[in-house]
Design a protein around this ligand. Structure first.
Ligand code: ZN
Length: 164
Protein backbone atom coordinates (compact mmCIF):
# COMPACT_ATOMS: atom_id res chain seq x y z
CA UNK A 1 0.00 0.00 0.00
CA UNK A 2 1.25 3.50 -0.84
CA UNK A 3 2.48 5.27 2.28
CA UNK A 4 1.20 8.48 3.83
CA UNK A 5 3.82 10.93 5.03
CA UNK A 6 2.45 11.26 8.55
CA UNK A 7 4.47 13.05 11.20
CA UNK A 8 6.81 10.42 12.66
CA UNK A 9 6.81 8.26 9.50
CA UNK A 10 10.50 9.04 9.03
CA UNK A 11 10.00 10.37 5.48
CA UNK A 12 10.45 13.99 6.57
CA UNK A 13 9.74 17.28 4.80
CA UNK A 14 11.24 17.70 1.34
CA UNK A 15 10.98 20.84 -0.82
CA UNK A 16 11.52 20.32 -4.55
CA UNK A 17 13.89 22.50 -6.61
CA UNK A 18 10.83 24.45 -7.83
CA UNK A 19 9.77 25.14 -4.26
CA UNK A 20 6.92 22.64 -4.11
CA UNK A 21 6.46 21.09 -0.70
CA UNK A 22 6.41 17.36 -0.16
CA UNK A 23 5.82 17.62 3.55
CA UNK A 24 4.27 15.55 6.31
CA UNK A 25 0.53 15.82 7.07
CA UNK A 26 0.56 18.07 10.11
CA UNK A 27 -3.01 19.19 9.26
CA UNK A 28 -5.36 16.64 10.87
CA UNK A 29 -8.32 17.52 8.67
CA UNK A 30 -6.31 17.08 5.45
CA UNK A 31 -4.91 13.80 6.79
CA UNK A 32 -8.43 12.53 7.56
CA UNK A 33 -9.60 13.48 4.04
CA UNK A 34 -6.58 11.73 2.51
CA UNK A 35 -7.40 8.55 4.44
CA UNK A 36 -11.00 8.71 3.16
CA UNK A 37 -9.73 9.21 -0.41
CA UNK A 38 -7.42 6.20 -0.08
CA UNK A 39 -10.36 4.21 1.28
CA UNK A 40 -12.25 5.10 -1.95
CA UNK A 41 -9.30 3.84 -4.00
CA UNK A 42 -9.09 0.59 -2.01
CA UNK A 43 -12.81 -0.12 -1.95
CA UNK A 44 -14.16 1.36 -5.22
CA UNK A 45 -11.25 1.50 -7.66
CA UNK A 46 -8.97 -1.41 -6.76
CA UNK A 47 -9.82 -4.49 -8.78
CA UNK A 48 -11.62 -2.55 -11.54
CA UNK A 49 -10.71 -4.25 -14.80
CA UNK A 50 -10.88 -1.15 -17.07
CA UNK A 51 -8.77 0.78 -14.57
CA UNK A 52 -6.09 -1.90 -14.36
CA UNK A 53 -6.08 -2.18 -18.14
CA UNK A 54 -5.58 1.60 -18.60
CA UNK A 55 -2.74 1.62 -16.09
CA UNK A 56 -1.05 -1.40 -17.65
CA UNK A 57 -0.99 0.43 -20.99
CA UNK A 58 1.09 3.29 -19.50
CA UNK A 59 4.90 3.25 -20.00
CA UNK A 60 5.48 1.84 -16.49
CA UNK A 61 3.36 -1.19 -17.40
CA UNK A 62 1.96 -1.80 -13.92
CA UNK A 63 -1.72 -2.26 -13.08
CA UNK A 64 -3.49 0.21 -10.80
CA UNK A 65 -3.65 -2.49 -8.13
CA UNK A 66 0.13 -2.99 -8.32
CA UNK A 67 0.81 0.75 -8.06
CA UNK A 68 -1.61 1.12 -5.13
CA UNK A 69 0.11 -1.79 -3.36
CA UNK A 70 3.61 -0.27 -3.81
CA UNK A 71 4.84 0.70 -0.35
CA UNK A 72 7.81 2.63 -1.77
CA UNK A 73 5.41 5.36 -3.04
CA UNK A 74 4.89 8.27 -0.64
CA UNK A 75 1.88 10.61 -0.50
CA UNK A 76 3.03 13.97 0.87
CA UNK A 77 1.31 17.26 1.71
CA UNK A 78 1.54 20.73 0.15
CA UNK A 79 -0.18 22.95 2.73
CA UNK A 80 -0.53 25.96 0.40
CA UNK A 81 -3.33 26.69 -2.09
CA UNK A 82 -1.46 29.03 -4.42
CA UNK A 83 0.48 26.44 -6.41
CA UNK A 84 -1.78 26.21 -9.46
CA UNK A 85 -2.02 22.41 -9.16
CA UNK A 86 -3.94 19.89 -7.10
CA UNK A 87 -1.26 17.26 -7.05
CA UNK A 88 2.30 16.88 -8.23
CA UNK A 89 4.73 14.01 -8.77
CA UNK A 90 8.42 14.64 -8.42
CA UNK A 91 9.16 13.28 -11.93
CA UNK A 92 7.72 10.83 -14.46
CA UNK A 93 8.18 7.48 -12.76
CA UNK A 94 9.10 9.21 -9.50
CA UNK A 95 7.67 7.90 -6.25
CA UNK A 96 7.06 11.11 -4.30
CA UNK A 97 3.58 12.52 -4.82
CA UNK A 98 2.29 15.65 -3.10
CA UNK A 99 -1.37 16.67 -2.78
CA UNK A 100 -2.11 20.35 -2.22
CA UNK A 101 -4.58 21.90 0.17
CA UNK A 102 -6.48 23.10 -2.95
CA UNK A 103 -7.50 19.49 -3.59
CA UNK A 104 -8.44 18.91 0.06
CA UNK A 105 -10.69 21.97 -0.10
CA UNK A 106 -12.69 20.17 -2.80
CA UNK A 107 -13.25 17.02 -0.75
CA UNK A 108 -12.36 13.34 -0.69
CA UNK A 109 -13.64 12.43 -4.18
CA UNK A 110 -11.53 15.17 -5.71
CA UNK A 111 -8.51 14.00 -3.74
CA UNK A 112 -9.19 10.44 -4.96
CA UNK A 113 -9.20 11.69 -8.57
CA UNK A 114 -6.03 13.67 -8.01
CA UNK A 115 -4.33 10.60 -6.51
CA UNK A 116 -5.24 8.45 -9.54
CA UNK A 117 -3.85 11.16 -11.86
CA UNK A 118 -0.58 11.33 -9.91
CA UNK A 119 -0.28 7.54 -9.62
CA UNK A 120 -0.55 7.45 -13.43
CA UNK A 121 2.54 9.71 -13.56
CA UNK A 122 4.28 7.38 -11.10
CA UNK A 123 3.50 4.65 -13.65
CA UNK A 124 5.17 6.68 -16.40
CA UNK A 125 2.28 8.72 -17.85
CA UNK A 126 3.71 11.64 -19.81
CA UNK A 127 3.34 15.22 -18.64
CA UNK A 128 2.63 16.42 -22.16
CA UNK A 129 -0.38 14.26 -23.02
CA UNK A 130 -3.80 13.69 -21.48
CA UNK A 131 -2.88 10.14 -20.48
CA UNK A 132 -2.87 10.78 -16.72
CA UNK A 133 -6.31 12.40 -16.91
CA UNK A 134 -7.68 9.67 -19.16
CA UNK A 135 -7.09 7.10 -16.40
CA UNK A 136 -9.82 8.85 -14.37
CA UNK A 137 -12.37 7.83 -17.01
CA UNK A 138 -11.23 4.18 -16.82
CA UNK A 139 -11.15 4.25 -13.03
CA UNK A 140 -14.69 5.46 -12.31
CA UNK A 141 -13.75 9.01 -11.31
CA UNK A 142 -15.40 10.85 -14.16
CA UNK A 143 -16.57 13.72 -11.94
CA UNK A 144 -13.02 14.71 -11.09
CA UNK A 145 -12.09 14.37 -14.76
CA UNK A 146 -14.78 16.78 -15.85
CA UNK A 147 -13.60 19.43 -13.42
CA UNK A 148 -10.36 21.33 -13.60
CA UNK A 149 -8.21 18.21 -13.79
CA UNK A 150 -9.65 17.23 -17.16
CA UNK A 151 -9.46 20.76 -18.47
CA UNK A 152 -5.72 20.78 -17.97
CA UNK A 153 -5.39 18.38 -20.88
CA UNK A 154 -5.35 21.30 -23.25
CA UNK A 155 -2.02 22.34 -21.81
CA UNK A 156 -2.95 25.36 -19.77
CA UNK A 157 0.15 25.11 -17.66
CA UNK A 158 -0.68 22.25 -15.31
CA UNK A 159 2.40 20.41 -16.39
CA UNK A 160 5.50 22.47 -15.84
CA UNK A 161 8.98 21.05 -15.72
CA UNK A 162 7.87 18.89 -12.83
CA UNK A 163 4.79 16.70 -12.98
CA UNK A 164 1.53 18.22 -11.97
ZN1 ZN B 1 -0.38 15.64 -14.56
Amino acid sequence: MVKINEPGSGHGDMTSPLGNRHWAYTDKKALATLKRALFILRSNVKGMKPCNKCFKALPGGKTFDEILADDTIWINYEPRTDRGWYGITISVGGKDVSISQSAFNKGRWWVAGTLVHELAHVNGASASTGDADDTLLCCGLKNAYEGAIGMNQSGTGEEDSMMA
